[in-house]
Structure formats: structure tokens, C-alpha cells
Design a protein around this ligand. Structure first.
Ligand code: 5AD
Ligand code: SF4
Length: 477
């Protein structure tokens, strides 16, 4: 059978183009009625970038007349995938297996797969070979092609609709978005990553680092504030490199100051890279009380040997120096990190360095992972003589330390009054509400006459390692 699609290519995805094309999206009117009478369900895996992409996918589908379904047995099921670790991919393959049953019962059930797995050549090949139930595949750079791809399926009765680019250089503005919550919003400030840490698939699946224009970002935040949003999280794989590609002479510090001027209650940002975090950014954070006192600063390893092999481009001494400067100017902030254990040939001494950096920084929380080999990345070809048992034992030892400091850091909240942005009733108990403090502590609390999106004061009555319990004092606004 003649293929009318091109598979993704990780080698091509490594190349970077110079030019960035900025385009404004307009949906072709022909597609406006495509979804009439049909429902959709989106299942999102992975990071905040994926969450935000799913909101764009929902925006496009709503524009085409589809209606969101509460359960998976919709007419169109889209799975937005993550490729960062093998475990994330296994979950997706498991899900595709269970969706096959629905497809057997209902021939008109359409299954779409998008996100980072759609950008991996081996994965797409495997899906085409073994997972025939998948009708639609589109990559992270092809979201705006969704209307056309769905038209291929629904109107032209194509068996499979596939569009995945390996190279990109585009920023598309004015794409419809249906935000899943009404009080806090993800705001992309840039896409892609040029850091090429040797373990990481993201630079291949999300492409070249490219920044949105400052005025587009500020306008988006202003609009969100005007429609009642209390919090924005500025998103990028590497927010501290914001603006470098624009060549306009300003960076993340200026963006932070401009976004702060909108007066929105809470501004967060994710993720910082230690290499690009400079003094101007620290000052911009310090000068603006609506920038939340919380910094996520991935260290990945505490060993210089491993940091070098990871291509992190800083030494542990440089990381400590940055951390000291942050603490000096931003002393009451919460600090968290990401750590990978069991990178190829990580020695006991290397791992000891990781335990030491946790002792040094006393993080409020750490997100810890066992290294997962990603085909196509440089680390996948590195020799690794460390057994799975050793890696798991290290993870456990690290997690004990992480929990110790998380608990220690939380003690200071006992009997204190904290401001919480209410996310809604707690998942575990509907008589209890949950939300986050400005420094990103999860708070579960009892109270009456409150709703999602309220800012409230809560008195903390009980302290755990990874959450706080309390009772409502009063509403702030
Ligand atoms: N294996 C394990 N963890 C990884 N991460 C990224 N790639 C891998 C991998 N191959 C972790 C890093 C990153 C976080 C989002 O995921 O710690 O900061
Ligand atoms: Fe991956 Fe490193 Fe880029 Fe983060 S900075 S997305 S870990 S390559």
C-alpha cells in the first residue's frame, strides 16, 4: 500500500533551523460543522505542556462542533502521550489495548494519538504495525492540522490520518483554546528545548527553542485576568532562556516584570534551568509580590562526573552558588528539584553527591526518577553496569531523605494562617476542599460557602510531609 505520510525522524529532529515562522491561525469554515452530533474525550499524560496542548485540542474540537464527553466511550477518543520515561509509554500502550475492546463493539469509534510519542519514529512504527485500532496520529507540531485530519477520516473515509513533522520553526497564534479550569491557567511563553541533556527525548519531540512575543504573552495574561483568572503559570522547558531566540535584547526578567504589571494575583513559572538563571531574574522575582515564592530548579544529579555526562552544562559548585544567591535574595521561598538516579554507570560516590546536594539545599520537595533509556538519545548508547536492584535501592534511600526535608520544611506552617487558592472539593473527601498556597503547598481544609477559584485564609492544624491540613478562617476577596 502506498504511504501518504512521512514517519517522524529523530535524527532530523536534532537539526535546528534558524528561522522562526509566526503565523496566525484561522479555522477553515468547511470544518466548522464536522463534529456536529459527535462527542470527544481527551486523556492527557505527562507534563504541563501536554495539559496546555490538550486545551488547544479541545478548543479546536469545540470550534468544529464536537461536544466534550464525561466518559471515554465518546465518538472520538484522543490520547495525548508522554515519552519522557518508558513507564509513561507503557501506560499508553496499555490504554490502547483497552480501547481496542470499544473499537470492536463500535466500528465508528475513532482513536487518535498525539503528543511526544507521536514524534518518535520507533513508536509510530510500532503503533502502525501492532495497534491497528489507532485511526489518527498527529505530532506536537501538527495540532492545528487536526481539523483537516478529522475531515480526512469523517468526510473522505480515510483509514488512517497521520501528520507528524520532525522539523519545525513555527509559532502559531490565535489558536482556539478551551481551558479546563476557570481560575488558573497555563500560558506558554516558549516552545521546545535546545539543551539536549543526553538522557532526554524532549528536544527531539518538541523541537527547537522558540519564544512567543512578549506582547502576545502579556495580552493573554491580561485577558485571563479580565475573565476572572487568579493565577497563571508561565510555561517553557527552559523559561530562563526566554527571548534568546528573539534577539530583541531582553529576556525572562523583563517578561516577568511586564507580566507582573498586569496585576494578576499569582504568577508561577516552570521550568527553570540552573544554567540560565541570572541575577536580573532573581531581582525581578524579588521586586514583584505577585510572583509566587516558589522555584523549581532541577539539579538532576549531585555529581560533577554525572552532570558532565548528562550535558547539564553546570557543575555542582555552580548550582550551589546559584542556590545560595537565590536563598540570599529570596529567603522565604519554597525550593523543589528533579533528580535522576541510576544514570549509566552512576557510582556509589556519584550517588553520594546526590544525597549531599539534597542535604545542602534542604528542598521542600524533590521529584525523583530512575533513569529510563530513551532510544535515539546519546545516553542510550552509554555503557551501564549498574543493576536495577541497586538503582531501586538508591531511589528508596533518596526518597527517605526527600520526605525528611519535606516534613521538616512543612513544620513552620503549624498554627499559621496561609492564603489558599481553592481548586475545589478534595478528590478523596468531598466535605474537604483543597488548593495551593503561594509557595505551592497542597492544603486540604474544611470550610463552608466557598467555591473553586476563591482565595481564602486557612489556619493550618496538621502538618504532613507532602500536604497540610487546616480549617477555613475567612475569604480574602
Ligand atoms: N529518565 C528518567 N527521568 C527523566 N527525566 C527526563 N528524561 C528522563 C529519563 N530519560 C526527568 C528529568 C526532568 C523531568 C521532567 O523528567 O528529571 O527534569
Ligand atoms: Fe530535557 Fe534537559 Fe531540555 Fe529539560 S533542559 S527538557 S531535561 S533536554
Amino acid at each position: 500500500m502506498k504511504k501518504d505520510y512521512i514517519l517522524p525522524d529523530l535524527n532530523k529532529a536534532r537539526n535546528r533551523r534558524n528561522s522562526i515562522e509566526r503565523v496566525s491561525f484561522n479555522i477553515d469554515e468547511n470544518y466548522n460543522l464536522l463534529g456536529q452530533g459527535k462527542t470527544y474525550y481527551i486523556e492527557t499524560h505527562g507534563c504541563q505542556a501536554n495539559q496546555r496542548d490538550s486545551e488547544t485540542i479541545a478548543g479546536l474540537l469545540d470550534k468544529m462542533g464536537f461536544v466534550a464527553s464525561k466518559d471515554e466511550n465518546a465518538d472520538l477518543f484522543i490520547i495525548n502521550t508522554c515519552a519522557v520515561r518508558e513507564g509513561a509509554e507503557d501506560k499508553v500502550f496499555g490504554k490502547l489495548g483497552s480501547l481496542k475492546r470499544i473499537k470492536k463493539e463500535r466500528k465508528d469509534f475513532v482513536i487518535g494519538l498525539c503528543g511526544c510519542m507521536a514524534q518518535e519514529e520507533k513508536t509510530v512504527e510500532r503503533i502502525l504495525e501492532k495497534y491497528h485500532q489507532v485511526d489518527l496520529i498527529f505530532g506536537t507540531h501538527n495540532i492545528t492540522s487536526l481539523p483537516k485530519l478529522l475531515s480526512d477520516i469523517y468526510e473522505k473515509s480515510k483509514k488512517k490520518a497521520i501528520e507528524v513533522y520532525s522539523k519545525e520553526g513555527e509559532i502559531v497564534e490565535d489558536v482556539p483554546v478551551t481551558r479546563f479550569v476557570g481560575h488558573k491557567a497555563w500560558v506558554n511563553i516558549m516552545y521546545g528545548c535546545d539543551k539536549f541533556c543526553t538522557y532526554c527525548i524532549v528536544p527531539y519531540t518538541r523541537g527547537k527553542e522558540r519564544s512567543r512575543l512578549l506582547e502576545d504573552i502579556v495580552k493573554e495574561v491580561e485577558d485571563l485576568k479580565n475573565s476572572g483568572y487568579k493565577e497563571v503559570c508561565l510555561l517553557g522547558q527552559n523559561v530562563n532562556s526566554y527571548g534568546k531566540d528573539l534577539g530583541l535584547g531582553y529576556g525572562f526578567d523583563v517578561l516577568l516584570r511586564e507580566v507582573a504589571k498586569t496585576g494578576i494575583n499569582r504568577i508561577r513559572f516552570m521550568t527553570s534551568h540552573p544554567r540560565d538563571f541570572n541575577e536580573d531574574m532573581i531581582d525581578a522575582i524579588k521586586d514583584n509580590p505577585n510572583i509566587c515564592p516558589y522555584i523549581h530548579l532541577p539539579v538532576q544529579s549531585g555529581s560533577n562526573n554525572i552532570l558532565k555526562k548528562m550535558n547539564r552544562k553546570y557543575t555542582i559548585e555552580e548550582y550551589k552558588d546559584l542556590f545560595d544567591r537565590l536563598k540570599a535574595k529570596l529567603p522565604n521561598f519554597a525550593y523543589t528539584t528533579d533528580i535522576i538516579v541510576g544514570f549509566p554507570n552512576e557510582s556509589d560516590e556519584d550517588f553520594k553527591g546526590t544525597l549531599d546536594i539534597v542535604d545542602y539545599c534542604e528542598y521542600d520537595n524533590c521529584f525523583t526518577f530512575i533513569y529510563s533509556k530513551r532510544s535515539g538519545t546519546p545516553a542510550a548508547n552509554m555503557e551501564d553496569s549498574i543493576s536495577r536492584e541497586v538503582k531501586e535501592a538508591r531511589l528508596q534511600e533518596l526518597n527517605k531523605k526527600v520526605a525528611y526535608y519535606a516534613n521538616l520544611k512543612n513544620q513552620k506552617y503549624k498554627d499559621q494562617i496561609v492564603e489558599v487558592l481553592v481548586d475545589g472539593p478534595s478528590k478523596k473527601n468531598s466535605a474537604v476542599y483543597s488548593g495551593y498556597t503561594k509557595d505551592n503547598k497542597l492544603v486540604n481544609f474544611t470550610g463552608e460557602n466557598i467555591k473553586t477559584g476563591d482565595l481564602v485564609n486557612v489556619k493550618i492544624t496538621e502538618v504532613m510531609s507532602f500536604s497540610l491540613n487546616g480549617e477555613l478562617i475567612n475569604k480574602v476577596d
